[in-house]
Design a protein around this ligand. Structure first.
Ligand code: KG4
Ligand code: ZN
Length: 336
């Protein structure tokens, strides 16, 4: 049986990434050009700036990915690209490049759902991992609890009703004056703070619901900061960071464990940028052990946006017989 060599492209937000993979799980290269610096001065991702930057980077990143994998366009047998969800202008850059390669080389194309990509980062990291499992996907754009029954078979058990977990981290970091992206900064600062210093409210929603809501928590952090400022009290921002992070992490962990119990699975996985959070990893590991569950998560590089995870989904779709046509469009609000 011949090897399938996938060239995968990710451009849904502020990373231009291209990867070359062998048979879906072996990463030959995974180049990530981050635009964080271009967006930092605006405190968040500016869609127009993102699209333009993707256009400027895409060809160079493709070239680098081929070089690092030690292959040429002739060796590529399959193309995959994110077609949603994400910023439409950003998505179109990567998708158009992927279509052009598929058309020029006469090779198959698979459009990939970015959220599925985050889940599949676990398959690259853990070669023996197979479904079924519960995956907690927490990033800047989404917070989902998904039951992955099999390849391509998902049941969304819960999702956020307002802010994504990463978005909450980014917004709180901004009011604490920590800069963008805020998640890693809060993570770092929290290690110096007391997570029990301030009891921020946790929204569990209705009984049995696996949905999340972070807007109330966000408001109460803002209220706390305003009240303390008005009283003229000094604010220990490391305590605010630690207490806020603890509230987010406790909710995420409790609901994830509850999903695993309900579906009687033994395996939990983490995905998305917030999966890089040390406190989330720590508490989930501890609770998983208590409940006889095993926890797996990707390396830091595979947690945040990258093309290798997209190529992995594309490969599994391809071997199940799926193909995208060249009229595939970007879908900003694509659901899993
Ligand atoms: O998956 P990702 O790279 O992009 C999206 O698809 O959204 O996730 C980026 C998000 C940002 O909100 C960032 O603040 C957050 O992940 N993040 C973290 C950490 N590292 C990144 N949040 C909490 N703790 C971290 N260590
Ligand atoms: Zn993402």
């Amino acid at each position: 049986k011949e090897d399938i060599i996938t060239l995968a492209i990710e451009s849904s937000c502020d990373e231009t990434s291209v990867s070359v993979l062998k048979n879906g799980r072996t990463v030959l290269s995974n180049i990530i050009a981050s635009q964080i610096e271009q967006h930092q001065k605006f405190g968040g991702v500016v869609p127009e700036v993102a699209s333009r930057q993707h256009i400027e980077s895409i060809n160079t990143v493709i070239k680098e990915a081929l070089e690092e994998a030690n292959v040429t366009f002739e060796d590529i047998t399959h193309v995959a690209a994110t077609y949603g969800p994400g910023l439409v202008g950003a998505l179109l850059v990567g998708l158009s490049a992927a279509k052009a390669i598929a058309f020029a080389r006469g090779i198959p194309l698979n459009g990939v759902n970015h959220i599925e990509g985050h889940i599949y980062a676990n398959f690259i990291q853990h070669k023996e991992l197979e479904p079924p499992f519960i995956c907690l996907i927490v990033s800047g754009g989404h917070s989902h609890l998904v039951y992955m029954k099999d390849y391509g078979e998902y049941e969304v058990l819960g999702k956020t009703r307002d802010d994504a977990a990463g978005e909450a981290f980014d917004k709180i970091a901004r009011v604490l004056g920590l800069g963008y992206p805020g998640g890693p900064q809060i993570d770092k600062l929290a290690t110096k703070g007391n997570k029990r210093a301030i009891a921020f409210p946790k929204a569990y929603l209705e009984r049995g619901s696996y949905d999340f809501s972070f807007s109330g928590l966000k408001s109460s952090v803002l209220n706390y900061l305003n009240t303390e400022k008005m009283k003229g009290n000094p604010i220990a921002i490391e305590d605010v960071a630690a207490s806020f992070q603890q509230a987010v992490v406790e909710i995420l962990v409790e609901k994830t464990i509850a999903c695993a119990m309900e579906k009687s699975v033994k395996q939990i996985t983490l995905a998305g940028g917030v999966a890089a959070n040390s406190s989330l990893r720590g508490l989930l590991q501890q609770e998983a052990e208590k409940h006889g569950l095993s926890l797996k998560y990707p390396s830091l590089k595979l947690c945040t946006d990258n093309a290798a995870m997209i190529g992995c989904v594309g490969y599994y779709d391809y071997i199940r017989g799926y193909r995208s046509t060249l009229d595939l469009n970007g879908v900003p609000n694509l659901k899993i």
